[in-house]
Design a protein around this ligand. Structure first.
Ligand SMILES: NC(=O)c1ccc[n+]([C@@H]2O[C@H](COP(=O)([O-])OP(=O)(O)OC[C@H]3O[C@@H](n4cnc5c(N)ncnc54)[C@H](OP(=O)(O)O)[C@@H]3O)[C@@H](O)[C@H]2O)c1
Length: 340
């Protein structure tokens, strides 16, 4: 028995030894992805990382972009076959939506829906367009989601160093083998099975929007800039104020991620602990939670999504002007100075 196993092992080893690297990658590719063309629509933050990871995992990838797209040169530099969105839709078995969320509904109606093939699989990186009803795929299509918890650059870096970011996974519409396809796709994108967290399109869409508006981006930047303003308005110079209210944030976040909020407090000085217990509720008082609830209600009612879905180029330009008011030239200078 052992001799038979040994012979079989030698045969396989010899067969694999004769394969070129691309052939070997194809051999290793999960059966769910074999002979499937994956059309990645968009080549921005997520699109580039996802497309490169899929290709390095052995998948057959093409990129769909408008003929005037600024992203075309990057996809071409990376040696991808780049074609228009309608042509990509016509050629693909799997469509991966790496498009701006506010445009997905409009692009779907004009460029995707009229060119769809039977049984195209839809893969989203965020639940927004499906949950809020801006995209309504045909009933027979699989609708899957892999929403990485990282910007594209981190997704790519982790893949190249044989590590994995975490991601939400969800199936809005699927068949018997959709879960296997989802897992195979996630792995090819660079997300390991043990880093996939079960979710739904609805909860991912709501949670993601709320998290970025109330805490991670909107809430955090206001907190930091208000602290910075108080210190500079009371005479501290910009670098000094920046170092006090912002520079160490990542270290404290690391402590919270590793040890929890209480664990973080246990690891800082008595002065910092005492001062925080005494004053944190003065800074973030009960009105903040009420305001957060109002933001949450706007998200769940679809009010926010409908506004986002109507944004045009002019609105986005205005957004850049508003952004400038969320910081100051001196804060930005200090941030650059200590960025390394
Ligand atoms: N960024 C993140 O950290 C992150 C994390 C997790 C999930 N996501 C999700 O990933 C998805 C993509 O977001 P992103 O941040 O990668 O967007 P992005 O950086 O803004 O990139 C969007 C891409 O879509 C292209 N595009 C615009 N119109 C198009 C059309 N008609 N057909 C084909 N391509 C078109 C853009 O080309 P141009 O260069 O011409 O504009 C650009 O390459 C979203 O659902 C988002 O929620 C993002």
């Amino acid at each position: 028995m052992q001799a038979v196993q040994h012979d079989l092992f030698c045969d396989i080893k010899q067969a694999l030894g004769n394969l070129s690297l691309p052939q070997y990658i194809q051999f290793m590719l999960k059966k769910e992805l074999k002979n499937k063309k994956i059309g990645v629509l968009g080549y921005g933050s997520q699109g580039r990382a996802v497309a490169l990871n899929l290709r390095d995992s052995g998948c057959d990838v093409i990129i769909g972009l408008p003929s005037q797209s600024k992203s075309r040169k990057y996809a071409k530099q990376d040696n991808f076959v780049v074609t228009t969105t309608p042509k990509t839709v016509k050629q693909s078995d799997v469509l991966l939506f790496a498009l701006p969320d506010h445009l997905q509904g409009r692009i779907y109606k004009s460029e995707i829906e009229p060119n769809l093939q039977a049984k195209t699989t839809f893969v989203f990186l965020h639940g927004f367009a499906i949950h809020f009803g801006f995209i309504k795929p045909p009933n027979e299509s699989d609708i899957l989601m892999i929403a990485p918890h990282a910007p594209g650059i981190a997704l790519r870096e982790k893949y190249l160093t044989d590590k994995s970011v975490s991601a939400f996974q969800a199936i809005e519409n699927g068949k018997k083998n959709s879960k296997q396809l989802l897992t195979a796709l996630a792995e090819a994108i660079g997300i390991r099975k043990n880093k996939l967290v079960e979710n739904s399109f609805k909860n991912e869409a709501i949670g993601d929007l709320f998290g970025e508006q109330a805490v991670l981006c909107g809430g955090l930047s206001e907190l930091v800039f208000n602290g910075y303003s108080v210190l500079t308005e009371n005479g501290l110079d910009s670098d000094n104020a920046y170092l006090e209210v912002c520079y160490q944030l990542d270290l404290l976040i690391s402590l919270i991620k590793k040890h929890g909020i209480i664990g973080m407090y246990e690891r800082i000085s008595v002065a910092a602990r005492y001062g925080s217990v005494k004053n944190s509720k003065k800074i973030i008082d009960s009105s903040v939670k009420k305001n957060m609830q109002a933001v949450y209600d706007d998200i769940t009612s679809g009010k926010f999504a409908n506004k986002l879905n109507k944004l045009n180029e002019k609105d986005i330009e205005k957004l850049s002007h508003s952004l400038k008011k969320m910081s100051s030239v001196s804060f930005e200078k200090s941030s650059k100075k200590f960025s390394n």
